[in-house]
Design a protein around this ligand. Structure first.
Ligand SMILES: Nc1ncnc2c1ncn2[C@@H]1O[C@H](COP(=O)(O)OP(=O)(O)O)[C@@H](O)[C@H]1O
Ligand SMILES: [Mg+2]
Length: 527
């Protein structure tokens, strides 16, 4: 039974920020559709919803960045009109955006005081630094304030954004998907600080689509779906399953069933693989891995540690500067992607538009892209249009691709629907080796489950699957083995056992796991 917290009879802190029937449109898209939202003093309030649900839009309206078409915003009981973020900041509202707005060549201190009224004389800088250091001490944040932004990890950069908001004295802090770039340990540390802020009277709006985090940290949660507020509940009154149902509008199973299978022979292999980034830096520093038949090997890591380069080198879209790629023992290092595909190496790229689809082609055309010469689509020298249409209609149905027609150009589909087109096409070929990078990012929970089932079915049929994902829950529900990648190298190999999460998290952040002792950073080249 789900109680609406507005009706729950308990003394609650006063409402500090409120929206009434807030509506914000982008052209014909109603991103926020009459949303009522309340934030109380000293609470952590999660905004939960799938991609595109309208979470960021609501936050940007509260921060004065977007201007709603209709509805009201009340701050401490008074209607306010926020014409820009500086209005919000003056009311004590701070925000950390999904994409940070920091200036790379400047130091932490300089970034924090920039835009504040203070002139950056040396004396003031020293004063500012003391004040910032006090904030760090207060919250147990360890940060070298003299470091330049480019020298910091993404997690550290996020602290700079948070300190920036605290420095100007915010009472309300909005965080838009802050944990997306963090390891499990960094997330835990951040949650500790958020709890402390709350105990000191701050109110926090935390945007996420991760249910575990909502259950862990929030007092209340507001669920958005397709721009509408579905419900606002006390977190302790609900389960993960309740929230999932509110998010997607129906119930979903969390764990897909996975058969116990004995892995077979090696299908895909990398030996001492090296490659450069687009900027010419060495991004792969000698990768060795072997994926067996009937096995899902997962690569865990924070984005930007060479996953993209590894993926592209394996499929043939990036040149290996050293090492080899083998498919069933055959050296395919020199082959272009198309030839690798014909040999049974299929892939689903992270970057859908750039690598996975031809945006100006229809859904039906994209669904047979690369396979048009293969059965059942080939008919003499041409294409069997009846078969193509049949397959397209089936795919649209089973993958729930939201489109008026199979003739729709994929350019007009949402990211999630584009991903479904790619998955439908690649899975249809029943490949021997399957490379997937972020296969379910941006998809609805129900579709994620479907995609996971499809990947597991492929495993049962004998394929070797290499999964790269930043989502550890995805990795744990699918993988048989896990490799951790950090700065272009494999840092460790693990069975898919959640009790090893701490070790995996440490390696993701570049630490050697050492229970008891102080962790020390490895592989870092700081000045
Ligand atoms: N600046 C914009 N221009 C046009 N459409 C936008 C813009 N920002 C968001 N949208 C659309 O509004 C909807 C809600 O987006 P958003 O608030 O970013 O969702 P969420 O943060 O929950 O993923 C989506 O359909 C998105 O495509
Ligand atoms: Mg968002």
């Amino acid at each position: 039974m789900v109680l609406n917290s507005e009706e729950a009879a308990q003394p609650a802190n006063p409402v500090i920020l409120e929206t009434i029937r807030l509506t914000k449109q982008f052209g014909s898209v109603v991103a926020n559709d009459g949303v009522d939202f309340t934030l109380r003093k000293a609470e952590i309030h999660c905004l939960l919803g799938e991609n595109g649900a309208g979470k960021s839009t609501l936050a940007e309206c509260l921060y004065g960045y977007y201007h709603p078409e209709s509805g009201e915003i009340h701050h401490k009981g008074r209607a306010v009109s926020l014409s820009s973020p500086s209005d919000a900041i003056n009311l004590g509202i701070g925000m950390v955006h999904q994409h940070f707005i920091l200036i790379e060549p400047l130091s932490v201190v300089e970034n924090i005081i920039i835009g504040t009224k203070m002139k950056s004389t040396l004396l003031n800088l020293a004063q500012a630094e003391r004040k910032i250091q006090d904030l760090c001490d207060q919250y147990g944040v360890q940060l070298n304030l003299k470091a330049k932004i480019w020298q910091l990890s993404v997690g550290e950069q996020q602290w700079v954004e948070i300190l920036k908001a605290l420095y100007v004295g915010c009472e309300i802090l909005i965080l838009d998907e802050p944990t997306a770039v963090l390891t499990p340990q960094e997330t835990e540390r951040m949650f500790g600080v958020l709890r402390q802020m709350k105990s000191q009277g701050l109110s926090i709006i935390l945007i996420t689509h991760k249910l575990g985090e909502v259950m862990d940290i929030s007092d209340r949660v507001t669920v958005l779906r397709k721009g509408k507020r579905i419900n606002t509940v006390d977190t302790r009154d609900v389960t993960k399953e309740d929230l999932a149902r509110m998010m997607v509008g129906r119930s979903v199973i969390f764990r897909v069933h996975k058969d116990a299978l004995e892995p077979g022979e090696v299908v895909l292999e990398a030996q001492g693989l090296r490659a450069l980034s687009d900027m010419g830096q060495e991004m792969l520093r000698g990768i060795d891995l072997a994926v067996h038949s009937r096995e899902i090997l997962a690569i865990a890591g924070v984005a930007g540690n060479g996953q993209r380069e590894l993926f592209e080198t394996l499929i043939g879209a990036r040149k290996a500067t050293a090492g080899r790629v083998l498919l069933r023992g055959e050296d395919i290092t020199g082959l272009p992607p198309r030839k690798r595909l014909l040999k049974g190496l299929a892939h689903v790229p992270e970057d859908r538009i750039r690598m996975g689809l031809i945006p100006e082609f229809s859904i039906a055309e994209n669904l047979i892209l690369g396979n048009q010469r293969l059965a059942p689509f080939r008919k003499g020298l041409g294409i069997d249009d009846g078969q193509v249409q049949k397959f397209a209609k089936e795919s649209v149905e089973t993958f729930e691709i939201a489109t008026p027609s199979i003739r729709q150009r994929t350019r007009f589909l949402s990211g999630g629907n584009q991903q479904k087109v790619i998955l439908a096409r690649e899975l249809h070929q029943r490949p021997q080796a399957f490379l997937v990078h972020q296969p379910t990012r941006g998809l609805d929970v129900g579709v994620i489950e479907y995609v996971h089932q499809q990947i597991l079915a492929l495993r049962s049929s004998g394929a070797a699957i290499l999964l790269m994902s930043e989502d550890l829950s995805e990795i744990f529900s699918l993988a048989d083995r896990i490799l951790v990648m950090y700065r272009g190298a494999i840092m460790g190999a693990f069975p898919a056992d959640e009790t090893r999460l701490d070790e995996i998290g440490c390696l993701m952040a570049g630490f050697e796991y050492d229970p008891g002792a102080q962790n020390h950073k490895i592989g870092l080249e700081y000045e």
